[in-house]
Design a binder for this molecule. Structure first.
Ligand code: 2RA
Length: 341
């Protein structure tokens, strides 16, 4: 069967990746409509040899759309997703708006696909840093039973968007030219710097990004007691997030078994030969489907502890590709059918 598909937020960093991947992966789509803000309406986008004219995202446009990917921020999801669902359109949402709603499944296809069958019209995708972290953590949890994790992230500027990428590049050029450096997107200079500040600070001193990693991990892995302490950091990398994880497990850990668990997990690629300087890096895992997991070692601060490093493409694994793989799985399983018979 073939679908009419919409991308809401088509001009953003994730929306553009969704369009590219949808075409490159031959998604069964007989008609594709791109939506964005009124400001972008009328813009012509060419991708994969096809040309699209962006339409304004508003209520009433979802009548003939079977599946809509939302990648336009929480505000647009809150205002338009209910209208899409009421029109019989299935929504796969990238924003954080509905991730913790009890009747909205939060799904990584390699981890908890069952949510793709039991949805009520809206399926949420995890935050990119959560998705990348769980590509390493999930196989180890299945092997040894995860209790708690202390993590630090090294997040690329593409996680903020295209403007942030331009800001980083502009600041590097200014530095080289000896010109003054301006910071607009971030509160401080990001070039040659690290900012331990992603999202907003909460009353407990953690940022929204750090809280999301803890809450979303509990929901996706079905571990309501799981404790995660995250420090999320923006680093001057263009694409792909990396995360340093120290985790404590219920059962004694064995390194060979841990390596086997990771390499057998379909969302991960084990890159772990430090003696040959072989470990995952953001540059190596940008535009990759899997996340690279390495630096596996017995953790020195926990009993039954393991430390590892994971790098994954935040726009793909962390957003556009996860959403697309969710839809591909639903179609494969017959859980998503076109409205017209
Ligand atoms: C970031 N995870 O990296 C957030 C949203 N993509 O900025």
């Amino acid at each position: 069967s073939s679908f009419t598909v919409g991308i809401v937020g088509a001009t953003g960093a994730v929306g553009q990746e969704l369009l590219r991947l949808l075409l490159e992966r031959d998604f069964p789509c007989e008609r594709l409509r791109l939506f964005a803000s009124a400001r972008s309406a009328g813009k012509v986008i060419t991708q994969g040899g096809q040309t699209f004219t962006v339409e304004e995202a508003r209520a009433g446009v979802f009548g003939d759309i079977d599946l809509a990917f939302f990648a336009a921020g929480g505000g647009v999801t809150r205002s338009l997703a209910p209208d899409a669902v009421a029109a019989g359109c299935v929504v796969i949402d990238k924003s954080s708006a509905l991730r913790m709603e009890p009747d909205v499944p939060l799904v990584i296809p390699e981890i908890n696909p069952e949510g793709l069958r039991q949805h009520k019209g809206i399926i949420a995708n995890p935050n990119c840093s959560t998705a990348v972290m769980l590509m390493g953590l999930w196989p180890l949890h299945k092997a040894f039973g995860l209790k708690r994790a202390i993590v630090a992230t090294y997040q690329s500027v593409s996680g903020t968007g295209a403007e942030a990428v331009r800001e980083l590049e502009g600041q590097v050029q200014a530095h080289v030219a000896g010109s003054p450096i301006k910071a607009q997107v971030y509160p401080q200079q990001i070039a040659f710097n690290c900012l331990p500040h992603i999202d907003t600070f909460g009353p407990d001193g953690y940022t929204g990004e750090e809280t999301k990693m803890a809450q979303e991990s509990r929901k996706i892995m079905g571990l309501p007691e799981l404790r995660v302490s995250a420090t999320t950091v923006r680093v001057p990398v263009v694409r792909a997030h990396s995360i340093a994880v120290s985790a404590e497990f219920e059962r004694p850990v064995d390194l060979a078994e841990a390596r086997r668990a990771v390499s057998e997990f379909e969302g991960a690629e084990l890159i772990d030969a430090p003696e040959n300087n072989s470990y995952p890096t953001p540059l190596a895992f940008a535009e990759k489907v899997k996340c690279g997991v390495g630096r596996l070692r017995r953790d020195t601060a926990f009993d039954n502890g393991l430390s590892f490093w994971v790098s994954g493409d935040n726009l793909w694994r962390g957003a556009a590709l996860n959403a697309l793989m969710n839809a591909e799985l639903m179609i494969r399983e017959g859980w998503l059918k076109p409205k017209k018979g």
